[in-house]
Design a protein around this ligand. Structure first.
Ligand SMILES: NC(=O)c1ccc[n+]([C@@H]2O[C@H](COP(=O)([O-])OP(=O)(O)OC[C@H]3O[C@@H](n4cnc5c(N)ncnc54)[C@H](O)[C@@H]3O)[C@@H](O)[C@H]2O)c1
Length: 437
């Protein structure tokens, strides 16, 4: 099937590549000429495990092409996917200007039977508005379908090729049949292909992300209470998780959620609720709790140094908003870095893949270290912000020797607090009974 992907970011590139890998003829379009030129050379602008090999293989097989020429790419396409960004406006609502510009660029070139499929996360009503705009732009009815994406950065290929479910919002069974054909290779293990109306598909994406964000803010709030009352969230987590109604997934306390989706999607649904005269009390609380949680590590550090961080050196392990990605959008590490810089601290950082993105923001204000251990040289404390696998089993003797004082603030609860105390560290996690510092 001939497919066009408009927008070749985290979602568009993974989706387009996986569709090519199942035998489709895919053209990925992006307005960023530098990105297109890099992709044409097999140079992948984002870090996503397994993606390079897949892009190179499918490009060489001639099934995957990259261009910035919409007029050439779109005409014979059966499905034109829109996977452009839908960032947040100042009032929290989703900014759809990029989407509308992309729509205007494809409209004159759409084939008679082409289906325009919205993969970007968009507020309820956007697909209907897309159909209306296309009617205006083309003078005819253009089929529009909603196909929200649930992949996670860091295991995006696995998620896309083995989805728990595929959700499509359609206005006629024929469009659903075309999309089913496209997704069939990924649904061989009987995972469901769910069809619904456009509005339900749009809401499904927001409801999923908002529930996941709610779980994170909930367990973070519980962890903060545990820490004050002598309870240990790790024990509490196990105590609740074995209840099958509750489970363990997404109930790990930490320094708050970040990334390009949860923060903006929670706020966008708040905005949709308010515009429909529903008070979004839970969603507002989820966002507030998360913003506060991103400050927790700084508060602990500040307290440890009795409010005098000026001239202190802090080593930071982990900058990406989660492991296995170089994405730093809304990452908790950035909040800590901002606060520490304001307080006059010196910062030495390491992240396996996200350092270049952080360097673009902070330049020479930070010291970028090629290994985690090098951050510890002349550092007073270590703060851990991202749960990369390579941080889970470090050599604690080396850490002790290098740090000026054996103090670790762990925003991801990577280590066993009892063991840490035994080997002489002052160790503070999130919601742990033995937070003695
Ligand atoms: N990143 C994720 O993990 C994820 C997961 C599920 C859903 N989503 C949603 O998918 C959408 C895309 O997210 P992303 O993270 O891939 O965004 P991104 O910012 O990484 O990529 C968007 C791409 O679109 C390109 N673009 C912008 N205008 C264009 C135009 N007119 N024509 C062609 N290309 C254009 C940009 O240059 C950029 O490369 C968002 O709505 C997001 O909420 C993201």
């Amino acid at each position: 099937m001939k497919i066009v992907m408009i927008g070749t970011g985290y979602v568009g590139l993974v989706t387009g590549t996986c569709f090519a890998d199942s035998g489709n003829d895919v053209t990925c379009v992006d307005i960023d000429a530098v990105k297109v030129e890099r992709l044409q050379r097999g140079d992948i602008p984002i870090y996503e495990p397994g993606l390079v090999e897949l892009v190179v293989r499918n490009s060489q097989a001639g099934r995957l092409k990259f261009t910035n020429n919409t007029a050439e790419a779109v005409p014979d396409a059966v499905c034109v996917f829109l996977a452009v960004g839908t960032p947040q406006r100042d009032d929290g609502s989703a900014d759809l200007r990029i989407l509308w510009t992309a729509l205007e660029s494809i409209a004159p070139h759409l084939g008679k039977d082409a289906i325009v499929v919205i993969k970007s996360t968009v507020p309820v009503g956007t697909n209907a508005e897309t159909a209306r705009r296309l009617r205006e732009l083309t003078g005819r009815e253009v089929h529009v379908a909603s196909n929200p994406e649930f992949l996670k950065e860091g295991c995006a290929i696995e998620d896309f090729t083995k989805p728990d479910r595929v959700v499509v919002g359609v206005t006629c069974p024929e469009d659903a049949a075309v999309l089913l054909e496209l997704y069939k290779p990924f649904l061989r293990t009987e995972h469901p292909f769910l069809t619904m109306n456009l509005e339900s598909a749009e809401m499904t994406k927001y409801v999923a992300n908002c529930l996941l964000a709610t779980k994170i803010s909930f367990i973070n709030e519980m962890a903060n209470i545990c820490e004050k009352v002598g309870a240990d969230i790790n024990h509490v987590r196990k105590g609740i998780g074995h209840d099958q109604r509750i489970g363990f997934a997404f109930l790990f306390p930490g320094v708050g959620y970040g990334g390009s989706c949860f923060p903006k999607d929670v706020r966008a649904l708040v905005n949709v609720a308010e515009r429909n005269q529903i008070a979004p009390r839970i969603l507002e609380a989820v966002d507030r709790v998360n913003e506060a949680q991103k400050e927790v590590l700084f508060q602990k550090l500040n307290q440890h140094f009795a409010g005098n961080l000026a001239g202190r050196t802090v080593a930071i392990w982990g900058l990406a908003f989660k492991p296995r990605t170089d994405d730093i959008r809304e990452a908790p590490a950035l909040v800590l870095i901002d606060r520490l810089l304001e307080a006059g601290a010196i910062i030495r950082v390491h992240d396996p893949v996200a350092m270049e993105n952080v360097r673009k923001i902070y330049g020479s204000k930070l010291t970028y270290c090629p290994t985690p251990y090098e951050t510890l040289d002349e550092s007073d404390v270590l703060a851990i912000l991202t749960e990369w696998n390579e941080f889970r089993n470090p050599d604690f003797q080396v850490i002790r020797k290098k740090l000026r004082s054996p103090v670790i603030f762990d925003g991801r609860n990577l280590f066993d607090p009892a063991k840490m105390h035994e080997i002489g560290f002052l160790y503070s996690g999130i919601g742990l009974e033995s937070n003695s510092i």
